[in-house]
Ligand binder design. Structure first.
Ligand code: KG4
Ligand code: ZN
Length: 346
């Protein structure tokens, strides 16, 4: 089979995936749905000194790491650039300067090897991560997608098509984790540190649920929950009372995650799909993974939960989504530009 640009479409292509939208410089190689290598060089430790991601530091770190991480991924996969059938790269959403490092590198590689360039929407990469951990996974399924930029429940109809069943009105769940961590004096990145603090705490503070409407379709909001945590800490401090960071972390975690888990399972049951998947950094959360597992089990739903390293940013998921686009000949022109923002459905 040939696509319109004259590239031969192979059923099991070797694809290099590349990701540089935030603070991880990542490269991975797949052959068909089989993951051959998966490498990351992170600037997170450097960023932690500043309490968050500094865009200029991220761009510089990508520039320094790009060659090394690609060579490592090729070497670990046991292939050379000559074996590549396509290059898939995140073109958005993310930090513009950071994205441009990866996109420019991928363009150069695709042009010099005369192979297709595949421009991947980062959030669709998170959605595709489930295919890595279960290559036999086939739509339809329902996905709980929760990252630093998005929070939504999606109905995946085919490898290329999904509808949004529910989403947040304001902040993303990951953003709320990061902001609450800061208020509690926990270091960046907030999510894993809230999780750790919550392990020793009791979920006994009645913070408002992140579910704000559940008429025909659920609607989430994280700004109210975040403000409630901030107010709780400020009030206690003003009164000269102490507060328990573990109890706040556990209570916040429950208010943030329970509605996502409950409504994901409810949506899957309502639609009659056989499986549920999850993706995005918040899907790395131990409480989310445990409760989603329990709820899916009792509802008789198959749960495909990507490994933790495939929930947070990585290049394997970009290669996986790259394969979905490759198989339908959806290639990008070399003029494709990076985009700081792309709608969820983009
Ligand atoms: O998907 P991701 O790595 O990057 C984006 O595309 O945004 O998600 C990052 C978000 C951060 O807000 C981070 O705090 C959160 O995911 N996160 C977690 C955990 N690990 C990462 N949130 C809760 N629990 C975790 N274990
Ligand atoms: Zn991400």
């Amino acid at each position: 089979m040939y696509d319109l640009s004259g590239y031969k479409i192979k059923p099991e292509p070797v694809i290099l995936g590349f990701e540089s939208s935030c603070d991880e410089t990542a490269a991975a190689v797949i052959r068909g749905r089989k993951l051959l290598s998966d490498c990351i060089i992170s600037s997170a430790t450097e960023q932690a000194k500043y309490g968050g991601v500094v865009p200029e530091i991220a761009s510089r770190a990508h520039t320094e790491a790009v060659d090394e991480v690609v060579n490592l991924a090729l070497e670990k996969a046991g292939v050379t650039v000559r074996d590549l059938d396509a290059v898939a790269v995140t073109y958005g959403a993310g930090l513009l300067g950071a994205l441009l490092v990866g996109l420019s590198f991928a363009k150069g590689l695709a042009y010099s090897l005369n192979i297709p360039l595949i421009a991947v929407n980062h959030i669709r990469g998170h959605l595709a991560a489930a295919y890595l951990d279960d290559p036999s996974l086939k739509p339809p399924f329902v996905t709980l997608l929760a990252s630093g930029g998005h929070t939504a429940i999606l109905h995946t109809i085919s490898e290329r098509k999904f509808t949004v069943l529910a989403k947040t009105l304001d902040d993303a769940a990951g953003e709320a984790f990061d902001k609450c961590a800061r208020v509690l004096g926990l270091p960046y990145p907030g999510g894993p540190n809230i999780q750790r603090a919550a392990e020793g705490g009791k979920a006994n503070i009645p913070f408002p649920s992140a579910l704000v409407r559940h008429s025909e379709s659920p609607v989430f909001s994280y700004s109210g929950l975040k403000t409630a945590v901030i107010n709780y800490c400020h009030t206690k401090t003003q009164r000269g009372e102490s507060f328990s960071v573990p109890d706040i972390a556990a209570s916040f975690q429950r208010a943030a995650i329970d509605p996502l888990v409950e409504n994901t399972v409810k949506s899957a049951c309502g639609l009659g799909v056989p499986a549920v998947t999850a993706g995005g950094g918040v899907a790395a959360n131990a409480y989310l993974r445990r409760t989603l597992g329990e709820k899916c089990r009792s509802a008789g739903l198959r749960l495909v939960l990507p490994e933790i390293k495939h929930c947070t940013d990585n290049a394997a998921m970009i290669a996986a989504e790259g394969l979905n686009k490759y198989l339908s000949g959806d290639f990008a022109p070399l003029s494709v530009n990076a985009a700081a923002q792309i709608p969820l459905e983009g």
